[in-house]
Ligand binder design. Structure first.
Ligand SMILES: [Zn+2]
Length: 412
């Protein structure tokens, strides 16, 4: 049977019925519902000449053996956040299954083709995203922390994993899965408004943003709101307020997709009759270019020093978290452009703000690219998440063409 993109839409609906409720998708990793989704996928692929394996990190692999041991990987994740959408992660897997059917139908491929359903991309239950892919990529380095993690019911992460046959101490043995990998492809909903605003169904992801996350603590002096003249105040909130406006300018000046966000400010004493003594300000800066990201951070720090001087207050910075930008493979970006142009007439290149399993695979040195399909209203991680069925079908076609081109590239 030739590629049947409408089947992907039907199967997505079927999975939604099976694993969702009136509040949305409930396929949280390391739960019965998630296990049920894996069983469902296995049944869907029954009858194809595939070898299935669940690896040491809980990733589910289906391998179509080719003439060569080198492999094209197509990946996604069936797990969802609680009350999640019907497409995030599972579109990638189910479209990949359709492509695998088409390739299997054509006879032995020149290289092996492997579909992977990564375990626990979302980190919804234990707060650790990209579990399975980071284990396979070898970048997982937080086993000691993971051992201590508990879910909302107090169940320890290692115990929850053990119920699904995963031994945390052995998770990194999943690294062997990437040994023969020659390329990795991932289709995903955009989860943002860019493609919809450009009226384009599909785009090529050039990489994932680097992120700098910091806590800026401003320290002034609490003082009576009635008795302290305006020119005698050391108002910590004034520093935070100035910085919040300045980071918009920093992002605007830097351009090329730069984003800066002050996601929260906590003021103390936080009462209506006192000047603010301390303001703790959250700052998140993102860029696809490592140098520009570093420059944005430096500019924000310089600005904070200036504002501290102006307001006679102190500013101190502490890092919460950071990750470098991860760029996808130039040749695969070209092939994805071609595939999208063939099925949709026009392609567009864009960065990804959220991280994805693809970023872990790319970090491991495997040539990687992602394709985004338009998200309606840019919504995700909610039952309102949606994409037009005709765009879902186009995305399956684009993934299929990209897979063919990539097989030729890898085999050639
Ligand atoms: Zn996802």
């Amino acid at each position: 049977m030739p590629l049947t993109p409408s089947r992907t839409v039907d199967e997505l609906s079927e999975l939604r019925e099976l694993t969702g409720d009136e509040n949305g998708a409930q396929r949280v990793a390391w739960t019965e519902t998630w296990e049920g989704a894996r069983d469902w996928l296995r049944e869907k692929l029954d009858g194809l000449p595939l070898e299935e394996e669940i690896d040491e990190a809980g990733n589910q692999w289906f391998t179509l053996r080719g003439a060569s041991e080198r492999a094209l990987l197509i990946g996604g994740h069936l797990d969802s956040v609680p009350n999640g959408g019907w497409l995030d992660g599972c579109l990638n897997v189910i479209a990949g299954a359709e492509v695998l059917r088409r390739i299997a139908e054509d006879g032995e491929p020149p290289v092996s083709v492997r579909l992977v359903n990564w375990a626990d991309e979302e980190g919804a239950r234990f707060g650790r995203s990209l579990f399975g892919s980071s284990a396979a990529a070898g970048s997982m380095a937080d086993q000691d922390e993971l051992r201590q993690k508990r879910d909302a019911d107090g169940i320890a992460l290692p115990d929850a994993l053990a119920e699904h046959g995963v031994d945390l101490d052995r998770a990194l043995e999943a690294r062997r899965q990437l040994e023969g990998a020659a390329a990795y492809l991932e289709l995903h909903i955009e989860q943002g408004p860019v493609l919809e605003s450009m009226d384009l169904p599909l785009g090529v992801v050039v990489g994932t943003f680097g992120v700098e996350r910091h806590l800026v603590t401003w320290t002034g002096q609490a003082a009576h709101a009635g008795s302290t003249p305006m020119d005698k105040r050391r108002d910590a909130l004034a520093g935070a307020a100035k910085l919040e406006l300045e980071i918009r300018e920093i992002a605007r000046r830097t351009g090329d997709g730069a984003v800066c966000t002050s996601g929260g400010v906590v003021c103390r004493p936080g009462i209506v009759t006192s000047v603010v003594e301390t303001a703790e300000q959250l700052l998140d800066q993102r860029h696809l270019d490592a140098e520009k990201l570093a420059a944005m951070l430096a500019e924000a720090k310089q600005a904070s020093d200036r504002f501290a001087g102006e307001e006679s207050i102190d500013a101190s910075w502490s890092k919460i978290w950071s990750i470098e930008p991860i760029l996808f493979d130039p040749q695969l970006i070209l092939l994805a452009d071609e595939a999208i142009t063939e099925v949709a007439g026009r392609s567009h290149r864009l960065p990804s703000g959220p991280l994805h399993d693809a970023a872990e695979v790319a970090r491991a040195g495997i040539p990687t690219v992602m394709v985004f399909v338009q998200s309606l209203r840019g919504l995700s991680h909610t039952k309102l998440e949606d994409t037009k069925p005709e765009h879902l079908e186009l995305s399956v076609e684009a993934l299929d063409r990209l897979a063919s081109k990539t097989i030729d590239w890898v085999a050639g």
